[in-house]
Write a protein that binds this ligand. Structure first.
Ligand code: SDX
Length: 445
């Protein structure tokens, strides 16, 4: 076990004493349910006994009104555009902290002291290498394989290498697995990039910071020295912070559900990577760049807006809208600022940024977007910065997965430490065929 403080024991919130009564009109029967208060944000109605008492399920496809768990990690107020990690505002963390501190905060509940930070960073640094055999996995992929396909396969395969840290009931093994996952994601992502461009893999260097190490493994080549650009390193670290965690989003919920069955942590994180890949989720950053390139010029923006509003066209304005934020995504605001800083520091003039700025301006004046409260989200500007930094579009979502691993492992550990935790097993509204007799082949018409 490291000398790091153990994560605080998870103490579930208790019913507040307030209740809600549900009355079935057809029978007049009433059912009383307890309410539980959050420390901030909406109260919940505990419906866990509803089926046992009423024989009915609730119905909430997409979980728009359903709390799937109790958590103390991240709070989002979608109406006000607030994002807190363990109570700290994302604006403060993105401008005053660094990614290793945020990773520690998500996992341990507090910002690290200087000795704790040194200890945590040491553990992460010394787990950045991958098993030499793991490198052979890459040669099984086509060079043009999407790096998210590579990440899903290689991260899932980690469970075949680390048999000494698969016992999820052993806190020591849980901690080692979390450190390994946080530490190895940059190495695995950088290797996916190197493989795609036919360059040799670059080993981690322990004297570099987490983010510098990732840039070196991605962009250095054996033929010449590589100088870390401090502007890029700082921007990369901030982008990692902005992507670290986001409450019970689709990929984090996937990790929790996989973990609830007792699956090993590497398999759980691989399931999160797979879920994040979708264009409606983490794949949106790649889709934004493709969309901006397709728009091609400011003159074409009205046509794109019209398509986004046309219900017969499944085109959506990628990087806009959010299930929770009905105001600006605070990460998008910080990302836009960072975008301007990085491009001007690098002296890069990217016409896609001009298109993005104009698209945002027009959309935010258009009634369709205003009435539906569709604002730019975290993915709208991130791709423009990453492109300026030299990353190909296909690497954008792997970078999102790299950063979100810190949130995924924190939620995985929290789920396991919750004494009320049980395997996730949602039910359904069944509207298929009622039971019927089998029809022999000869009798089928
Ligand atoms: C992320 O959940 C998280 O926290 C995710 C994330 C994280 O950090 O983990 O924040 C990361 O995934 C950000 C979102 C990235 N996705 C995109 O940018 C893809 C484009 N956006 C959408 O597909 C959409 O906005 C979602 C998926 C993000 C949210 O979809 P919802 O909440 O299910 O909203 P909806 O589909 O019910 O839309 C409500 C209305 C609909 O119109 P009406 O039926 O009311 O007429 O808004 C429209 C939608 O058609 N709409 C859009 C739109 N998004 C919603 N119309 C055009 N362009 C869009 N982008």
């Amino acid at each position: 076990m490291s000398n790091l403080p153990p994560s605080p024991p998870f103490v579930p919130a208790k019913p507040s004493g307030e209740t809600v009564t549900l009355t079935e009109d057809a029978t007049g029967k009433s059912f009383k349910m307890n309410m539980i208060n959050g420390s901030v944000g909406p109260k919940v109605i505990d419906i866990s006994k509803l089926y046992a008492e009423t024989g009915h399920f609730t119905f909430d496809p997409g979980f728009t009104s359903t709390g799937s768990c109790e958590s103390k990690i991240t709070f989002i107020d979608g109406e006000k555009g607030i994002l807190l990690h363990r109570g700290y505002a994302i604006e403060d963390l993105a401008t005053k902290s660094d990614f290793m501190e945020v990773a520690f905060l998500l996992q341990h509940g507090e910002l690290p002291t200087a000795p704790q930070k040194t200890e945590f960073v040491k553990h992460i640094t010394y787990h950045t290498m991958v098993h030499e055999q793991l490198m052979k996995f890459y040669s099984g992929f086509r060079r043009d394989a999407h790096p998210m396909a590579v990440m899903t396969g290689v991260v899932g395969a980690l469970s075949a290498f680390y048999h000494d840290s698969l016992d999820i009931n052993d806190p020591v093994q849980r901690e080692i697995s979390m450190h390994r996952l946080i530490a190895k994601m940059p190495t695995i992502a950088a290797m996916a990039y190197k493989y795609s461009v036919g360059q040799p893999f670059v080993y981690p260097k322990n004297e570099l910071s987490y983010t510098e190490n990732f840039l070196n493994m991605t962009f250095s080549v054996p033929a010449e020295p590589y100088k870390i650009n401090p502007i890029l390193a700082k921007a990369m670290d901030r982008i990692f912070i902005l992507h670290a965690d986001h409450e019970q989003n689709a990929s984090t919920s996937t990790v929790r559900l996989a973990g609830s069955s007792g699956a090993n942590p590497f398999a759980c994180i691989a399931s999160g990577i797979a879920s994040l890949w979708g264009a409606a989720h983490g794949g949106a950053n790649e889709a934004v760049l493709t969309m901006l390139a397709e728009i091609g010029s400011v003159a074409n923006i009205p046509n794109c807006i019209a398509r986004a509003k046309d219900k017969s066209d499944n085109f959506r304005l990628m990087g806009f809208g959010h299930r929770v934020y009905k105001n600006f995504d605070p990460r998008a605001t910080i990302m836009r600022q960072t975008c301007h800083e990085v491009l001007s520091d690098l002296g890069v003039k990217d016409p896609l940024l001009d298109i993005a700025m104009e698209l945002e301006k027009i959309a935010l004046q258009d009634d369709y977007f205003v009435t539906r409260k569709l604002y730019p989200n975290v993915d709208f500007y991130s791709g423009i910065i990453l492109r300026a930094m030299g990353f190909p579009t296909k690497m954008f979502t792997p970078l999102f997965a790299l950063a979100r691993t810190t949130g995924w492992v924190a939620h995985w550990a929290e789920m396991l430490s919750d004494p009320t935790q049980k395997i996730g097993r949602p039910r359904q509204l069944y509207t298929g065929a009622p039971q019927r007799s089998f029809v022999a082949l000869a009798s089928r018409k």
